[in-house]
Design a protein around this ligand. Structure first.
Ligand SMILES: C[S@@+](CC[C@H](N)C(=O)[O-])C[C@H]1O[C@@H](n2cnc3c(N)ncnc32)[C@H](O)[C@@H]1O
Length: 253
């Protein structure tokens, strides 16, 4: 092939590439108003949920909200509504933060209940304790230093919270928002193999980030292993799985 022929082929390739890029841009422009509108609606929904929680719980001296790490306001609203309606005596949660503060405030408003928060990061534990103290909720909360330790469950290795300092109580509400997904595959799976026996009959489990493929898979693993669990999935921003313990369901079956 001559030099001129190579040049023509190269020019043709560049023209084809430019046309493809322009077409992609046009398509994106045509779709973006609808996408922007849906995104704006979702954002306003979250802000509304956040502000209504702040007012309802009287947390007007600021809240430790972090977009990257805190549970989304629509998930927070679900757990707060349950805590205020069911008035659980013992709440356990996996990972501390804004969830701890809100649940502790619910216990105070209910006039009963305590939150035990398993926290692997000493700096996160200290930050949560400071927030809890700022609102005078220490009597309703224990942030437990629970480093992630090696566990073998059904032949697989996991790193999960040390349970040595968790009091041996019947658990009415379990909120699972950790360990983070990047720690391992099915990061939150050990929660039920290790805590199911402590869950009260009628107790409720809330799993955040349930829209992720990993969480969907581990919910299926739990359901296969614990037939006493009734599962409901709610389409929140990050997905919420609610699992209710119905021990008589398995006895009757
Ligand atoms: C998953 S979020 C949930 C916090 C809380 N439930 C809330 O809504 O505010 C934050 C948690 O992630 C964990 N975390 C963050 N960075 C981490 C890291 N590099 N290694 C292990 N855990 C980490 C900490 O335990 C921290 O409490």
């Amino acid at each position: 092939m001559t030099f001129q022929a190579v040049l023509i082929v190269l020019l043709l390739l560049i023209v084809v590439l430019l046309v493809a890029l322009l077409r992609q841009g046009w398509q994106r422009d045509a779709e973006s108003p609808a996408r922007d509108e849906a995104g704006t609606r979702r954002l306003f929904g979250q802000i509304e949920a956040y502000l209504s929680l702040r007012d309802r719980l009287g947390l007007r001296q600021g809240m430790p909200y972090s977009h990257n790490w805190s549970a989304a306001p629509d998930f927070l609203k679900l757990i707060v509504e349950h805590a205020l309606a069911a008035k659980p005596a013992t709440i356990v949660e996996c990972s501390s933060g804004l969830t701890t503060l809100m649940l502790a405030r619910c216990c105070e408003m209910n006039g009963r209940g305590e939150v035990f928060s398993l926290e692997n990061g000493p700096e996160y534990a200290a930050a949560t304790r400071a927030e809890v103290a700022r609102y005078g909720l220490e009597g309703r909360t224990a942030v437990i230093d629970a480093p992630l330790t090696e566990r073998t469950i059904a032949g697989r290795e996991y790193r999960w919270y040390a349970l040595d300092d968790l009091p041996d109580r019947s658990i009415d509400m379990l909120v699972i928002d950790g360990p983070p997904g990047f720690i391992q595959r099915h990061s939150r799976y050990p929660a039920l193999p290790l805590l199911f026996d402590r869950l009260a009959d009628g107790g409720v489990v809330y799993l955040d980030d349930a829209a992720r493929p990993d969480e969907r898979a581990l919910v299926e693993m739990w359901q296969a292993q614990f037939p006493a669990l009734e599962h409901e999935y709610l389409n929140t921003e990050r997905g919420c799985s609610i699992l209710r313990v119905r021990r008589n369901r398995t006895q009757a079956a």
